[in-house]
Design a binder for this molecule. Structure first.
Ligand code: CA
Ligand code: CA
Length: 347
């Protein structure tokens, strides 16, 4: 009898502990990054269960840009050192996705080094059995290549500005068929005149002149794209040929100050968004557009203890949301230690 009573007490205590844990979305440090990996950004979950993470090292580019792997126990290891741009001497890997053949498609954003003169590129890191064999330049001539999504027979790349002088500022998404990548890199025509430009929209914000950013496809094949400066989220409904048949602004503001990287939950379809300006992570319901803020903290946390420090990207693995704290030294933020990937546990 006594033993049964003890078991019952333990069960009740266990239930209380579980209930207590599940109510808090407070981010913790998932990965503490050393100085040589000072600026984390794009992430993608691989079929092998590892998260592939881009490290552009913008804040201290004396360290080369890398692709890292975060294994199932949150340990990091190096996958690849990205080649330097032949003219700028830097690599700026932001968005990353896995192609159907297992290679990594990566946006090399040169605008973060002050180059808004068509220097950004799309790269492919060729993989075999989890090892990188080398890197090919697939497309040249972006102004601000950002997110990358592989879907069907194509790879999509957000172009965060199609004209850095224009107000309102145009930005958009380019689409390339995998079958086009043979021989020399595709050189985009300037001034938004290239036929690969797939969708285009405007950003009206005066504070953050940052356009098309995070991107992803849902299970039905709809394309979601963030409009960073206007804190908006678009859905593009595609027809059976892959052409856009409808454009819907499904969420805007509602507690969001910016919309940076996004991922779509494979089971629920909910859209998780990193809010760089707001130091927050939000969930958007694709049916209603309702925005739920999972976590927000004050600016200048430094990232201590896993608090957010200019989050730019999210990645979903199991019941965890991994958050890259890019920690760029822009308005209201100081680049500081620690450099972290935060983790928010979902209920
Ligand atoms: Ca920091
Ligand atoms: Ca900071």
């Amino acid at each position: 009898m006594a033993r049964k009573a003890v078991l019952a007490v333990c069960t009740i205590l266990g239930a209380i502990v579980i209930a207590g844990c599940s109510t808090s979305a407070e981010p913790k440090i998932g990965v503490l990054l050393p100085e040589k990996y000072n600026t984390p950004d794009g992430m993608v979950l691989g079929p092998d269960g590892n998260i592939y993470l881009n490290i552009p090292n913008f804040s201290d580019s004396n360290y080369p840009a890398k692709v890292l792997k975060i294994d199932k126990r949150d340990r990091i290891s190096e996958v690849f050192t990205l080649p330097k741009h032949p003219e700028t001497g830097k690599a700026g890997p932001l968005g990353i996705d896995l192609g159907p053949e297992g290679n990594l498609y990566i946006a090399d954003n040169q605008s973060m080094y002050g180059h808004n003169d068509y220097k950004s590129r799309l790269l492919r890191v060729n993989m075999k059995d989890g090892k990188a064999l080398g890197c090919d330049v697939l497309v040249t001539g972006f102004i601000q290549a950002n997110a990358v999504s592989c879907h069907g027979d194509s790879v999509y790349v957000t172009e965060t500005s199609l004209d850095t002088e224009a107000d309102p500022m145009p930005s958009g998404v380019y689409r390339f068929r995998f079958s086009e990548f043979k021989g020399r890199p595709i050189a985009l025509k300037p001034d938004a005149k290239d036929e690969h430009l797939f969708v285009k929209f405007l950003t009206h914000s005066k504070d953050w002149r940052v356009g098309a950013n995070g991107m992803g496809f849902d299970a039905e094949g709809n394309l979601y794209v963030c409009n960073f400066g206007d804190a908006g989220l678009f859905r593009f409904v595609l027809d059976e040929k892959g052409n856009v048949k409808a454009r819907q602004l499904i969420a805007k503001d509602n507690g969001m100050k910016s919309t940076d990287g996004l991922k779509i939950h494979p089971k629920t379809g909910d859209i998780y968004i990193a809010d760089f300006v707001g130091n927050a992570v939000h969930k958007v319901c694709p049916k209603t557009g309702e925005v739920t803020t999972l976590w927000r903290n004050h600016d200048n946390s430094g990232g201590i203890g896993g608090l957010l420090d200019r989050p730019s990207e999210v990645c979903i693995r199991g019941n965890k949301i991994y958050v890259s704290n890019i920690d760029l030294a822009l308005t209201g933020n100081k680049y500081d230690q620690p450099h972290t990937i935060s983790v928010i546990k979902l209920k």
